[in-house]
Ligand binder design. Structure first.
Ligand SMILES: [Cu+2]
Length: 141
């Protein structure tokens, strides 16, 4: 008995690809309470620099780590022109928003983004996916 399967075709693969929806299942519970603390300084942003994968940004004055579904520490202080490194140390996807603006995009484990303030003030750091994640960057002159 001879089996000849050399003529296998991959036509069915196309149909399979069509079924591959982007499985982003964001928890859309928007009905929660509004954030209590509003940033004192609004509409001010700084410069964001995404570090290359696996290459940690070295020139920064403070770090905020995304781990255990929190920003750690919850408060850092830097001077104008000094960078704060926001990094993700866990498998959960996070974002780093500064005063409501997403400056990082989705951050996977190992990703880091350096953010540098141009003006003094208090900047609120939040995550698009986890409303409980909050931190404050204090920038002094
Ligand atoms: Cu998060």
């Amino acid at each position: 008995m001879t089996l000849n399967v050399s003529g296998m075709r991959m036509v069915a693969l196309a149909a399979t690809i069509l079924t591959l929806a982007v499985g982003v299942a964001c928890g859309s519970d928007n009905g929660g309470a509004a954030p209590a603390a509003r940033p004192e300084v609004q509409a001010k942003t700084g410069d964001a620099t995404k570090s290359a994968a696996g290459q940690p940004h070295t020139d920064h004055a403070a770090e905020i780590d995304q781990k255990d579904m929190a920003f750690v520490p919850a408060r850092v202080s830097v001077k104008v022109g000094e960078a704060v490194l926001i990094k993700n140390s866990e498998t959960a996807i996070h974002t780093g928003n500064v005063n409501g603006k997403n400056i990082t995009g989705n951050m996977k484990k190992g990703d880091s983004v350096a953010w540098t303030a141009k003006e003094p003030g208090e900047y609120a750091v939040t995550c698009d996916y986890h409303p409980q994640m909050k931190a404050t960057i204090v920038v002094t002159s």
